[in-house]
Design a binder for this molecule. Structure first.
Ligand SMILES: NC(=O)c1ccc[n+]([C@@H]2O[C@H](COP(=O)([O-])OP(=O)(O)OC[C@H]3O[C@@H](n4cnc5c(N)ncnc54)[C@H](O)[C@@H]3O)[C@@H](O)[C@H]2O)c1
Length: 239
């Protein structure tokens, strides 16, 4: 069986979620299409990186992701760092010829996302993104309804995203609530999922849904960027 070595970059909340998914893969896919080996974990916080070794069995910890990129036995890089750290890592990982699994959003803003996608087009590796709800029961039902022609032509789209993450006044400030580091608060953090749902349903209408690629990540940034422009102008804008 093919063995794929993983380098996890960022071992905070979502880095642990990705790690959990790798660890439980064999329970869901039997036989799994490949054997995953958790090779290295990187976090700029030394204690967090060490946790990856202790909790998940990564073979080594580092505070510098270049240690992961330099390894021939690491084929996949998981990008689980805060949004403002995505660009540099993704560019370096693409240049190092790694496959990448990146949590949303692709980058800090549309310009960065375009730069990353330009480079991604020139390399021969797999790049995929992670968005919520993609395979939830409601989404699969929506997909079915679109495919059956139930919805007809889609002229408008409205969603509501219920999430309690921002309502706790005692929640500590973090990179998420810093515009320079998150790229824009809830509309980037949670709006990215909604934009992706819209793009996903649109892709079904066009007959080409797939697992979210970097191009899908870029499309999401276009929607978010349009939402900002719309809010600034107080008018409808074109995406
Ligand atoms: N798909 C989802 O539902 C979902 C949910 C939560 C977070 N996310 C995304 O995952 C990413 C991380 O979010 P989080 O909640 O895990 O944040 P977090 O703050 O819990 O964890 C981020 C970790 O990255 C580390 N880090 C920062 N810069 C680094 C660098 N240059 N190299 C290595 N490590 C570095 C930090 O020390 C921290 O441990 C964000 O892009 C976020 O949008 C997605």
């Amino acid at each position: 069986m093919t063995e794929l070595g993983v380098g996890m970059v960022g071992y905070g909340f979502i880095g642990r979620v990705h790690t959990h998914a790798y660890l439980t893969l064999p329970l869901y896919y039997d036989p799994a299409p490949a054997q995953v080996r958790l090779v290295g974990v990187c976090d700029t916080d030394e204690k967090a990186a060490a946790k990856g070794v202790e909790q998940a069995g990564f073979e080594f910890a580092t505070t510098n992701y270049h240690d992961l990129l330099a390894r021939d036995d690491i084929q996949i890089i998981n990008c689980c760092t805060p949004n403002f750290q995505h660009r540099e890592l993704l560019i370096d990982a693409l240049k190092a010829g790694k496959h990448i699994y990146c949590d949303k959003p692709l980058a800090l803003n549309l310009a960065e996302a375009e730069e990353i996608c330009q480079l991604a087009k020139t390399v021969n590796t797999v790049q995929q993104m992670n968005f919520e709800c993609r395979n939830s029961a409601a989404m699969l039902r929506a997909k079915q309804m679109v495919e059956e022609g139930f919805l007809g032509d889609v002229f408008s789209f409205r969603t509501v995203y219920l999430h309690s993450g921002y309502v706790d006044a005692s929640r500590p400030m973090s990179w998420r609530t810093d515009f320079e580091k998150s790229g824009g608060g809830a509309i980037v953090d949670l709006g990215a999922h909604i934009a992706r749902i819209y793009n996903f349903l649109q892709a079904i209408v066009e007959g080409k849904p797939g697992n979210p690629s970097f191009e899908d990540g870029l499309a999401v940034h276009r929607v978010i960027d349009a939402a900002y422009r719309s809010a600034q102008q107080g008018a409808w804008v074109e995406i």
